[in-house]
Design a protein around this ligand. Structure first.
Ligand SMILES: [Zn+2]
Length: 263
């Protein structure tokens, strides 16, 4: 049997368990014999991840849930294969992730970024059930609270377990956030609200979908919130910006007429 390297009681992160990087973070939460997986990552690492889980002496038939934090290909490409290998597990995610997963929407999920020559397989996946804000997932005696934290993607979920938050693509240890992109349904005002919620919560640890686990540090969260607050008013973010103050200044200057003395 492979020793379990819990990052916190009842929580294993599969990259940490394997001591190398598969892709996104894959969290296994367990109590007694029951367990769930938060994200699974790319298809090509699914068999190895499930083999490690078996070697850690988990019964594959006791996997209750395969959770999609959102519909991005790097988090969910392996879901179809994982469901085939763990057929009794319920595949769950937010209602806003349901259609892109079911249709295999190649744009919203980032399976296809034509301008960069990125084109990868996206198996279609039917969620068995949708979950949303206020619900709980029960694993043995543990309860995970479902948080809807839109911003990066409309269907982004996070999960609270005591003082831990499985925080998805909301924020990483260096203060970066999940990609902000109009084609992805990103929404900067929503993103700021999600980050404020995390900042103001009593959660002590953030377990992100990429990179190392880190503390819920107010200063880090605030500096990221301040950055995104600025993004709302910058043309750099195209249609994700809420306004562009330079246009109003231009209106005023057009009314006055161009004057090289004051330009
Ligand atoms: Zn991601």
């Amino acid at each position: 049997m492979m020793p379990r390297r819990d990052v916190f009681p009842h929580v294993i992160e599969m990259n940490n368990q394997a001591q190398r990087r598969f892709g996104c973070c894959v969290y296994l939460v367990y109590d007694g014999a029951d367990w769930l997986l938060i994200d699974i990552g790319y298809e090509d690492s699914v068999a190895e991840i499930i083999e490690i889980i078996r070697q850690m002496d988990f019964q594959l038939s006791r996997c209750k849930y395969l959770v999609a934090t959102h519909a991005d290909v790097d988090h969910i490409q392996g879901l179809k294969l994982a469901k085939e290998m763990l057929p009794q597990a319920e595949v769950i995610g937010h209602k806003d992730a349901k259609r892109p997963l079911a249709d295999g929407d190649r744009i919203v999920t980032y399976a296809e970024i034509a301008a960069q020559g990125i084109s990868i397989d996206l198996p279609k996946i039917q969620l068995n059930r949708t979950i949303d804000e206020g619900e709980t997932l029960e694993i043995g005696n543990l309860s995970l609270d479902v948080w809807h934290t839109p911003g990066h993607a409309a269907g982004q979920l996070a999960f609270r377990l005591g003082n831990l938050l499985f925080s998805g693509d909301n924020i990483y240890r260096d203060g970066c956030v999940g990609n902000i992109d109009a084609h992805h349904g990103s929404d900067i005002p929503d993103f700021i609200e999600s980050l404020e919620r995390i900042r103001d919560s009593s959660v002590e640890w953030l377990l992100p979908s990429h990179g190392p686990i880190f503390r819920n540090d107010r200063k880090l969260l605030q500096s990221t919130i301040d950055r995104l607050t600025g993004y709302q008013h910058m043309a750099d973010f195209g249609t994700c910006a809420v306004d562009w103050p330079l246009l109003e200044q231009w209106d005023d200057e057009l009314a006055r007429g161009f004057d090289p003395e004051t330009a």
